[in-house]
Design a protein around this ligand. Structure first.
Ligand code: ADP
Ligand code: GLC
Length: 492
């Protein structure tokens, strides 16, 4: 039996309050699971002005004073709510830094003071612990925005002394974002000049906020076993592989889970009809409804390839720009897309929908309901990522019997089993090379399986729907990492 541990999650995102991607889903689901296992997990995030206080029952608790560098004292408001009837969440209200609708940016570009904003968040999290007398065994921080907390814990001063035993765990969700900013922010952190060096903060004359987390955390995780190994390679480490090599004994790969309370076609309130592997009739209804909603020709016999994604380079859109017109010209298939981001990709899909009207449907923007409709109504799900630390959508797709077509990278490799044409087994279609041809032929392979071997599609669907990635299993792994970090922190 594990010790009951106190764990504070400090993050820039947490669903449903503030989300740009999977990070928010993880930060909501993992603490919930840890609490069900008897641990006292809580969360700290910023109170962005876009968070609806009334809707989520967020109320003012107290003010607190956060001591930053340059002798600056920043008063912040601490607000409080309970997430999913279970997890205490503290929100840091600071008009100067968080009184804006965006998390990192707005449509015109990235905020110029992100290093200041998230340094304040990281330090405020500690002040909250002290003022509310919640002394965590572990502070679990996520990606570059809260990586600074690992430094603050190690360079604690009298103000933060109650946290001298608190261990830190940094999860790297996406090493493609490292928080590289102008060095002018360094003095705001209130950390000695001796830490300004390439092993801790400096990155070619700039600040790299992920580096101190890698250097100072007691343990590190990333979100799949395959990606753990990728991070140690020059390409996968995106410049930080040497630092990660030095920490490899403390680096663990733990697959994300799925919150099946929200992602299960048998109980999903957002989709047009429910279904399960014993009775798939509802999926036919969902497909027809999806075709109508996206203005596609209503045909049960033609397969739909779905996409739900941030339009970022990481997700393999360069390949899709090449492959989709070729596939639409040469194969009988339909495509539905939900997403937003990179302008060039948005234009590409708008144009595709015009050129292939009735066969391609596009919804630009972020929409939870539409994402559930696509998972339920599509036959295949496209995720040709260049890199994918874990990926959640392919796991959702499996549960909805929508077979993923993935590049075998990171979590995509760990969660999808490739189709074996001889036996008909597998849960999806994989390719390895980062090349348009590799993707094109894999789409073709899936499409020909649909038309020529429908019985294989049916059996793969059933197999896919029975695969589960429960948070309980991952949370057990995290608890082991917490114990590892605590031992390191206490010098055992
Ligand atoms: P990443 O975090 O790199 O974006 P993940 O697959 O881990 O990738 O998580 C993406 C999450 O964001 C999923 O929950 C997915 O459903 C959601 N998502 C992405 N784009 C949209 C969108 N346009 N509308 C609704 N949900 C979206
Ligand atoms: C990142 C990764 C994604 C992962 C998510 C949650 O944004 O790109 O692969 O699933 O974080 O860990």
């Amino acid at each position: 039996m594990d010790h009951e541990r106190k764990v504070l999650f400090v993050s820039s995102e947490c669903a449903p309050y503030a989300k740009t991607g999977g990070l928010a889903d993880v930060v909501a689901a993992l603490p919930k699971t840890l609490r069900m296992m008897g641990h006292d997990a809580r969360i700290v995030i910023p109170l962005y002005s876009s968070i609806d206080r009334t809707r989520y029952g967020i109320r003012f608790d107290r003010s607190c004073c956060v001591h930053m560098g340059r002798g600056e004292e920043q008063w912040v408001g601490i607000y409080f709510a309970i997430l999913d009837k279970q997890v205490p969440v503290w929100f840091v209200d600071c008009e100067r830094f968080f009184g804006r609708p965006g998390i990192y940016h707005e449509s015109w570009g990235e905020y110029g003071d992100n290093a200041f904003r998230f340094a304040l968040l990281s330090k405020a999290a500690m002040q909250i612990c002290k003022d509310l007398n919640f002394i965590p065994d572990v502070m679990h921080v996520h990606d570059w925005p809260t990586s600074l907390a690992c430094v603050f814990l190690k360079t604690w001063d009298k103000i933060l002394s109650p946290l001298s035993n608190t261990a830190s765990v940094l999860t790297i969700h996406n090493i493609g974002y490292q928080g590289v900013y102008h060095p002018g922010a360094f003095s705001y952190f209130g950390i000695g000049e001796e830490h300004w060096n390439p092993a801790e903060f400096e990155d070619h004359g700039k600040i790299n906020l992920l580096k101190p987390g890698i250097h100072f955390s007691d343990a590190l995780t990333t979100v799949s076993p395959t990606h753990r190994d990728e991070l140690l390679s020059p390409l996968g480490g995106q410049g930080l592989a040497p630092m990660l090599h030095d920490r490899q004994a403390d680096l663990f790969g733990i697959l994300n889970g799925v919150d099946y309370e929200h992602w299960d076609p048998e109980h999903d309130p957002l989709i047009p009809a429910k279904y399960c592997r014993r009775d798939m009739q509802g999926k036919v209804v969902c497909k027809e409804a999806l075709q109508r909603r996206f203005g596609l020709e209503v045909r049960g016999d033609v397969p739909i390839f779905g996409i739900v994604s941030r339009f970022a380079q990481q997700k393999g859109f360069d390949l899709l720009h090449d492959v989709l017109p070729r596939a639409l010209n040469g194969m009988m298939l339909q495509v539905v897309v939900l997403g937003s981001g990179d302008k060039h990709t948005e234009d590409f899909f708008q144009d595709l929908a015009r050129r292939y009207s009735g066969r391609v449907g596009v919804h630009m923007g972020y929409n939870d309901e539409v994402s559930h409709w696509i998972e339920a109504g599509s036959d295949f799900f496209l995720m040709p990522s260049i890199y994918e630390p874990c990926g959640l959508n392919q796991m959702y797709s499996l549960k909805y019997g929508t077979l993923p077509i993935v590049r075998a990278t990171g979590g995509l490799n760990d969660t999808v089993e490739n189709y074996d044409e001889g036996s008909g087994r597998g849960t999806g279609f994989k390719f390895w090379d980062i090349s348009a041809d590799a993707l094109y032929y894999t789409v073709g392979w899936a499409n020909s399986t649909w038309w020529d071997r429908p019985q294989h599609i049916l059996s793969m669907r059933k197999e896919a729907m029975s695969r589960e990635f429960r948070w309980e299993a991952s949370a057990h792994e995290y608890v082991k990492v917490y114990e590892h970090a605590i031992r390191k922190r206490r010098g055992d």
